[in-house]
Structures are given as structure tokens and as C-alpha cells.
Design a protein around this ligand. Structure first.
Ligand SMILES: Cc1cc2nc3c(=O)[nH]c(=O)nc-3n(C[C@H](O)[C@H](O)[C@H](O)COP(=O)(O)OP(=O)(O)OC[C@H]3O[C@@H](n4cnc5c(N)ncnc54)[C@H](O)[C@@H]3O)c2cc1C
Length: 343
């Protein structure tokens, strides 16, 4: 383990923001964790565990130690005719895990193909896309308490998953280093084609789904067309979460904006809070879509995506985000919440 000082993080975050870490270390194996936890620079400083950097915004230099997680390995824990229990180390790239799974014909995470980042960050916000969420297949999460060094296993229930949310983003924020996850995958066909965009793509391309690889390929195809590639323009995917409102609030909004899009979601949240309003639409109505403000801007095809046109600072992106939050609050009396982790 080599400790570096004043380490440039530009290539380690998909926004491409230039920020330095006071200390930096890369961890490649779980057996190195005790050594890491004993490092004086680890004990004496605030800590940030970094995966693919696809869901962070560095708003300033990081005055602590950044630990780049590269712990890899995939292991079958149990297999029978019905299902497989698969354990993946947290430094694996998420999409590599999806390919490992679909190539074996196992169902469960095919709709989550091509999401950037690592396995270890997936439980942080319960990654979701195309009608699926991580929590549907996750059995447990293994993590180390950053203070005590103790290892703990969190069951799915203990992870307190919600929409782009978990206990690791709330009560236990910055308290645990996630080292592996275990998934329960189905060997029996278990298609989830309920998501309209996915259905349309399959129909238009005359694809009949025979196996999970067909689904992951379709999702990858849609995402490649639709998403802005961070290698081309710096971004972190959706900057804000979608908004959930109660029926009452929806009626009030519809009285003014009769064309407001909404979706009834089957979420295990409090009664009433089940109507999803796409935040991208709200941002678009405030006139931000495609707008550029110096080095930063809002994507011209997806209003939810904030971009670094080149040379932007994290503060510039954050200031734009605040401007958008204020505008949406003013116009709709709704509060946008960032999905991206502001560091
Ligand atoms: C183009 C694009 C498309 C995207 N599409 C989606 C999408 O469809 N659905 C979706 O849910 N997300 C999406 N995202 C967001 C992002 O890909 C996910 O949130 C992903 O899980 C982040 O992984 P990462 O390894 O890059 O995390 P990072 O950005 O490195 O970290 C994110 C947070 O997790 C913490 N963290 C990371 N690893 C660990 C660990 N091992 N232990 C403890 N804490 C850790 C970090 O400290 C940080 O707070 C998209 C991003 C981009 C750029």
C-alpha cells in the first residue's frame, strides 16, 4: 500500500473536476484492511472511500485521506436448481458483475446493466434503472466499521433501502467501508419487462427475450444512445432524484400545469407518497435544459444531467445546482434533492 500526498483526483471522478486529496491510497486486497486502518494518516484524518467516482462532486480539495477501492473477486456461495447465491467484492465494476451473471443465464440484475461504478457503491444509493433496483436481489452487505475496524454483515432489511437511498447515505453515512455484497439470482426465468422504454425498444428492434443477456444487451443499447458518456462530457448521471408527492399536491400542480407528467410507483414508503414526478421535466419548465453558464451547464437532451463543459470547478456545478433548486422551488413549491454525493 503506497501512501501518496496531494493527489490529483481529476481522472478519478466522472465530472472530471480537478481536486486534490491531502492523502491518497489504493487498496487491492481485503487482507490489507488492518494495515490501512493502522495508518496514522487514516486514523488522524477524515476518510473518503472512492469507487468509480461516478456519483460524487468534489466541491473543493479533499482535506483528508481518499481510499481508492480495487478489491476484486467473485465467488459462488451456493447453487441449486432454483437460485445462486453470489458474492462479489466491492471493487469489481458493477457492469462486469452484470456480464458475469447474465452470461451464466442467471436472472435478477440484467435491467441494471451498464450503470457505471463499482459494486461497493451500489448499495449506497440502491442503484436502480429500467424498472429494477439492487434491493430486489441483494441478500446482504459486508462492511467494516471505519472507527473500530469490526466487520459487520447487514441484511437487506438492515440496509434500509429506499428510492436511491440506504442507511449508508443516512444514519451510517461515512461510518462503514463496504467490502462485498451477496446477491440471490434466479436460475428460473424471471423477466422484468414492465418498463415502457424497455418494452418499446424490444418491440422496435423485434427482440424476443430468451435469456437475461437479451435484456442486458437491450438496456445497454438504450443507455448507450441516451446517456451522456462522461469520457465525452464530464457528468455524474442524474444530478437530482425524482420527486415523490401525495395525491393532494399532484392535484394542485395539475390545476396549473395540466400536462405535468407523473407515474404511480409501487414503493414501500409511507401511504400517499407514491406519485413520481420526473425532476427533469420540472427543470426543463424552468428553462435550464441545454443552458450553459460559463464552464458548466445542463445537458441539452437530459435536464437532470449537469455537465462540466471543461475546466469547471466543483463549486461552479454546486452553484448551478443551487440555482436550479431555487428556481424549481419558486415555480412549483417542490424541493429537488441531489442524488450525487457532494464532497
Ligand atoms: C452516465 C451515468 C449514468 C448513471 N446511471 C445511473 C442509473 O441508471 N442508476 C443509478 O442508480 N445510478 C446511476 N449513476 C450513478 C452511479 O453510477 C451510481 O451511483 C454508482 O453506484 C456509483 O458507483 P461509484 O463506484 O462510481 O461510486 P463513487 O462515485 O466512487 O462513490 C459514491 C459514494 O459511495 C461511497 N462509496 C463508494 N464505494 C464505497 C464503499 N466500498 N464503501 C463505502 N462507501 C463507498 C463514496 O464515498 C461516495 O459517497 C450514473 C452515473 C453516470 C455517470
Amino acid at each position: 500500500m503506497i501512501l501518496k500526498k496531494d493527489y490529483d483526483l481529476t481522472s478519478l471522478n466522472t465530472f472530471g473536476i480537478s481536486a486534490n486529496a491531502k492523502f491518497f491510497v489504493e487498496i487491492n486486497q481485503e487482507i490489507d484492511i488492518p494495515e490501512l486502518f493502522q495508518l496514522k494518516e487514516f486514523k488522524d484524518n477524515k476518510k473518503l472511500f472512492l469507487g468509480g467516482g461516478s456519483n460524487v462532486l468534489f466541491t473543493e480539495d479533499y482535506d483528508g485521506i481518499v481510499i481508492l477501492n480495487k478489491i476484486k473477486g467473485i465467488e459462488i456461495l451456493k447453487e441449486n436448481d432454483l437460485y445462486v447465491l453470489l458474492k462479489s467484492k466491492s471493487g469489481e465494476m458493477w457492469h462486469d458483475l452484470v456480464l458475469f451473471v447474465v452470461d451464466r443465464g442467471w436472472w435478477g440484475i440484467e435491467n441494471l446493466a451498464y450503470i457505471p461504478g463499482t459494486v461497493g457503491a451500489a448499495p449506497m444509493q440502491n442503484i436502480g434503472a429500467y424498472g429494477a433496483e439492487l434491493k430486489n436481489t441483494l441478500e446482504n452487505v459486508e462492511a467494516y466499521d471505519i472507527e473500530s475496524g469490526d466487520k459487520r454483515i447487514f441484511t437487506r432489511e438492515e440496509c434500509e433501502f429506499g428510492y436511491r437511498d440506504s442507511i449508508f447515505k443516512n444514519k451510517l453515512k461515512d461510518k462503514y467501508f463496504i467490502t462485498s455484497i451477496t446477491l440471490k439470482l434466479s436460475k428460473v426465468e424471471n423477466k422484468n419487462l414492465s418498463y415502457k422504454v424497455l418494452q418499446n425498444y424490444l418491440e422496435e428492434n423485434k427482440i424476443s427475450v430468451e435469456n437475461p443477456r437479451d435484456v442486458s444487451d437491450a438496456v445497454t443499447g438504450i443507455r448507450k444512445n441516451k446517456l451522456s458518456d462522461p469520457k465525452v462530457i464530464g457528468n455524474a448521471g442524474s444530478f437530482f432524484k425524482n420527486i415523490f408527492v401525495e395525491q393532494e399536491k399532484l392535484k394542485k400542480l395539475q390545476a396549473v400545469w395540466s400536462d405535468i407528467p407523473f407515474f404511480k410507483e409501487d414503493l414501500p414508503t409511507q401511504a400517499g407518497e407514491v406519485i413520481k414526478i420526473p425532476s427533469g421535466w420540472l427543470i426543463e419548465q424552468c428553462g435550464f435544459k441545454g443552458k450553459r453558464f460559463g464552464n458548466v451547464g445542463v445537458h441539452d437532451k437530459q435536464a437532470l444531467v449537469l455537465v462540466n463543459h471543461g475546466g469547471a470547478t466543483g463549486k461552479e456545478i454546486k452553484d448551478l445546482a443551487i440555482q436550479i433548486i431555487d428556481a424549481v422551488r419558486e415555480k412549483f413549491d417542490l424541493i429537488l434533492v441531489p442524488e450525487v454525493n457532494l464532497i
